[in-house]
Design a protein around this ligand. Structure first.
Ligand code: B12
Length: 232
């Protein structure tokens, strides 16, 4: 059977998920969109569609990009296809009715245009009851400062996917220190090239390896902060 004859709605779940990985790889927006809707119609919870169909598909793309099999234009198409699926899931993940937890300002740091991971963290945080202010990509420290001033968040989140841009997180945190406001916020950092040690070295409160960990960590740290404020 040739690819064009595949009818997504006729595939069993496991084959459909496989096919979505292939479609994501090939940057086929409409197919990814259709697959996402079919899984939801079949009763899949949005989080499983996100992780098993979309994030896993992007992981495969990432491997082949790393190995020089895929190049920027192709990966860009995959990223756009992924975003189409994420856009369907976003409102569903956000409407969990979770009690309000606090406010987060999140952005990708200066020089870096990767935003899928950041968007995903934002979506999951919204779903967990946080108000999320998304600064987008390529943010200089001034952008974070302006957003802090305007929104008075509990949490500042920074994302970086490049080894060349991740040191910029320290620039932002050092600026907060210079202004004497570092300890007013919980700072979370994330992105594929980071690790726990790096998070500590730049002075973040925590490094989170994925969006689920980000939610758990944020909840825990906000709770701790409130307890400290109550006992002070
Ligand atoms: C998609 C992609 C692109 C797309 C981005 C599209 C978009 N809108 O985001 C495009 C094609 C534009 C791109 C461009 C480039 N890319 Co690129 N890209 C990727 C790729 C394949 C996937 C990234 C991704 O979306 N992953 C899926 C998401 C869900 O995962 P994630 O981002 O890691 O996010 C999760 C966690 O890290 C965490 N997290 C992320 N952010 C945050 C923030 C907070 C606060 C928290 C708590 C947690 C958290 O939670 C997320 C959700 O679970 C990676 C490969 C990889 N292994 O990461 C390369 C990769 C990051 N890119 C790479 C490179 C080199 C580039 C380019 C320089 C290529 C070039 N020659 O031009 C440019 C850089 C442009 C720039 N200035 O930023 C390298 C980086 C190597 C390095 N050591 O620095 C990688 C690792 C590929 C590789 N192995 O070579 N890229």
């Amino acid at each position: 059977m040739s690819d064009d004859e595949i009818i997504l709605s006729e595939l069993p779940d496991d084959e459909l998920v496989q096919q979505m990985h292939d479609d994501l790889y090939d940057g086929l927006k409409e197919e990814v969109q259709e697959g996402t809707n079919i899984l939801l119609e079949r009763g899949w919870v949005p989080y499983d569609v996100l992780t098993q169909a979309l994030v896993e598909g992007m992981r495969i793309v990432g491997e082949d990009f790393r190995d020089g099999i895929l190049f920027v234009p192709e990966v860009l198409l995959s990223a756009n296809a992924m975003k189409t699926g994420m856009n369907i899931l976003r409102p569903l993940l956000a409407e969990t009715g979770a009690p309000k937890q606090g406010k987060m300002v999140i952005g990708t740091v200066k020089g870096d245009i990767h935003d899928i991971g950041k968007n995903l963290v934002g979506m999951m945080m919204e779903g967990a009851g946080f108000d999320v202010i998304d600064l987008g990509i390529n943010n200089p420290v001034e952008k974070y400062l302006a957003a802090i001033e305007e929104h008075q968040p509990d949490i500042i989140g920074m994302s970086a996917l490049l080894t060349t841009t991740m040191p910029y997180m320290k620039v932002v945190i050092d600026t907060l220190k210079e202004k004497g406001i570092r300890d007013d916020f919980i700072v979370l950092v994330g992105g594929a090239p980071l690790n726990e040690e790096f998070g500590k070295a730049v002075g973040a409160d925590a490094y989170c390896r994925d969006a689920a960990v980000a939610v758990e960590t944020a909840k825990e740290l906000v709770k701790r902060k409130h307890n400290m404020a109550a006992s002070a």
